[in-house]
Design a binder for this molecule. Structure first.
Ligand SMILES: C/C=C/C(=O)SCCNC(=O)CCNC(=O)[C@H](O)C(C)(C)COP(=O)(O)OP(=O)(O)OC[C@H]1O[C@@H](n2cnc3c(N)ncnc32)[C@H](O)[C@@H]1OP(=O)(O)O
Ligand SMILES: NC(=O)C1=CN([C@@H]2O[C@H](COP(=O)(O)OP(=O)(O)OC[C@H]3O[C@@H](n4cnc5c(N)ncnc54)[C@H](OP(=O)(O)O)[C@@H]3O)[C@@H](O)[C@H]2O)C=CC1
Length: 447
């Protein structure tokens, strides 16, 4: 049995759940990996010069054993997330440390501790097998998977699954990720595939959409409300393209920061009106590596006031980190919120704390989304309220280039990867619903 036979079953309209259950599984499959014996390959290079095309491999790997509460999924498409860029440049840490630590927790978890790491934290595909104790999903189900892996054996995570002490991001802190022909997930990661989307469109939102939902909309994040002025860094990027949609759909006022006229145009096409091209306006928040320039924070704040009719920011959607954080804290209004989920430009932040405490501002740390938040975010995609922001799609062989594009900020929105799917555009089940939203679905394509 080969991956080709699985693909034939997926593409046949007559395949039943029983047919999928009866399909023998292949012994091996193709997967995107990084190698443990290469973790030092970029030693001494600047972050920017570490090239994912050199560290990312396409390997034939053995099929992992299926455990209780798990599912094996035939992956039709996946997407590139920045966490795969971090893995591929071995920053801020090698992810093999995460796999070793996970491997020490149980007999079953030992499977993850391997000399190769199969990466990727998104997928759209078809369930092949489920392990003991899985009743909600069956072979043949068309699914997407969110990337929250939790054990839930501690009460710490029973209100909010992100607070589980054994919380991991699948395909980053676990093995057997989505950039592969077959992936291993916990069945609680599975959600119905939005039926009006192709495989690659359905695979694009997962991680970033769920993260933006918790960070901006959820009560665990900034709890955005109608009329809020929301400053969105990288507003046409992975996270930002969903944050912008949430702000617009929720009656807020996004102030979108981007770095080119094309990106500004995409934000305009999404419906945003207040847009700042940080490149054209030349903000330099740092005078040198160690000194910020409060005058530049003020110039930035003045520009925001021009765009809002004199108002300041209620919520900052932060992720660039060191380069922007001082400005983000400064431009937030009295009582406002800075919500952060990342530090792309550096994790040692510096800001003037007087502007935080004297003006009663809050900084909220946010990370991915709990089970429920991921489900709610996917539901909005399925209902056509929020749309994928897929720009370009690569083959599995070209994943290194796809990750390079994201590392070098050459991309727009989300970059997709075809895994088993032989071409783009397959997997749409509800053409009528798609027709209603097709312009929004294609907004980021080929710009
Ligand atoms: C969904 C997508 C998301 C993204 O894209 S996010 C972006 C990508 N992700 C990242 O860049 C994050 C990568 N991860 C990391 O950099 C690291 O993962 C962390 C910095 C988050 C954590 O580092 P660590 O080494 O895992 O943990 P420690 O807490 O620094 O060290 C563990 C040791 O420190 C002890 N410790 C922890 N808290 C305390 C305390 N409060 N007082 C005293 N000791 C403490 C522990 O026990 C343990 O000790 P012992 O090493 O001996 O086992
Ligand atoms: N904790 C979590 O759960 C998650 C964390 N992340 C992290 O968030 C970060 C962003 O992810 P994602 O949105 O997918 O990545 P993208 O690269 O797709 O988008 C980020 C955008 O941020 C802007 N940006 C980058 N660097 C700077 C800078 N120095 N100053 C200002 N703007 C900048 C760029 O937009 P422009 O050039 O147009 O301004 C870029 O397009 C990554 O570090 C990622 O690991 C992502 C998802 C979940």
């Amino acid at each position: 049995m080969t991956v080709k036979d699985i693909l034939a079953a997926i593409q046949s309209p007559d395949s039943t759940s029983e047919d999928f259950a009866a399909l023998p599984l292949p012994e091996s499959y193709r997967a995107i990996t990084v190698h443990k014996d290469e973790t030092e390959m970029f030693a001494g290079l600047a972050t920017r010069d570490k090239d994912p095309r050199k560290s990312i491999h396409l390997d034939e790997v053995p099929l992992p054993e299926l455990g209780p509460g798990e599912a094996l999924v035939a992956v039709m498409a996946s997407s590139v997330n920045y966490n795969s860029v971090w893995t591929s440049i071995f920053e801020p840490l090698s992810t093999f440390g995460f796999l070793e630590r996970y491997g020490r927790t149980s007999e079953l978890a030992k499977r993850h501790d391997l000399p190769y790491h199969i990466i990727g934290s998104d997928l759209a595909g078809v369930v092949l097998r489920t392990g003991p104790g899985v009743n909600a999903w069956r072979p043949g189900d068309e699914v997407v998977a969110h990337c929250l892996s939790v054990e839930l054996e501690s009460s710490d995570g029973h209100n909010d699954t992100m607070l589980d002490p054994e919380q991991r991001i699948w395909g980053f802190e676990t093995n057997f990720g989505g950039l592969a022909e077959i992936a291993l997930v916990k069945s609680n990661q599975l959600m119905p595939k939005p039926d009006h989307l192709s495989w690659e469109e359905a695979a694009a939102p997962g991680l970033v959409n769920s993260t933006a939902y918790r960070q901006l909309v959820s009560r665990n994040g900034a709890a955005m409300k109608q009329g809020d002025n929301v400053l969105i860094w990288g507003a046409s990027g992975g996270l930002g393209s969903y944050a912008t949609q949430f702000a617009l759909a929720g009656g807020a006022n996004p102030i979108c920061v981007v770095s080119s006229p094309q990106k500004a145009e995409i934000c305009r096409a999404m419906g945003a009106e207040a847009i700042i091209d940080r490149n054209a306006e030349g903000y330099r928040f740092w005078k040198d590596e160690n000194t910020q320039d409060p005058k530049e924070w003020k110039r930035f704040g003045k520009r925001i006031r021009e765009l809002t009719g004199g108002e300041d920011i209620d919520i900052v959607f932060e992720h660039p980190g060191r380069e922007t954080f001082g400005a983000s804290v400064f431009v937030t209004r009295k009582g406002g919120t800075i919500t952060t989920c990342a530090s792309t430009s550096g994790y040692m932040h510096e800001y003037d704390n007087r502007y935080l405490w004297m003006s009663l501002k809050r900084i909220i740390g946010s990370h991915f989304a709990n089970y429920r938040e991921a489900w709610e975010a996917n539901r909005l995609i399925a209902k056509g309220k929020i749309h994928p922001t897929l720009s370009k799609v690569y083959s599995l062989e070209d994943t290194g280039q796809a990750a390079y594009d994201v590392h070098r900020n050459l991309h727009q929105g989300k970059v997709g990867v075809l895994c088993m799917a032989p071409e783009e555009g397959l997997g749409v089940r509800d053409q009528e619903k798609r027709a209603q939203h097709v312009d929004a679905i294609n907004r980021f394509r080929n710009v």
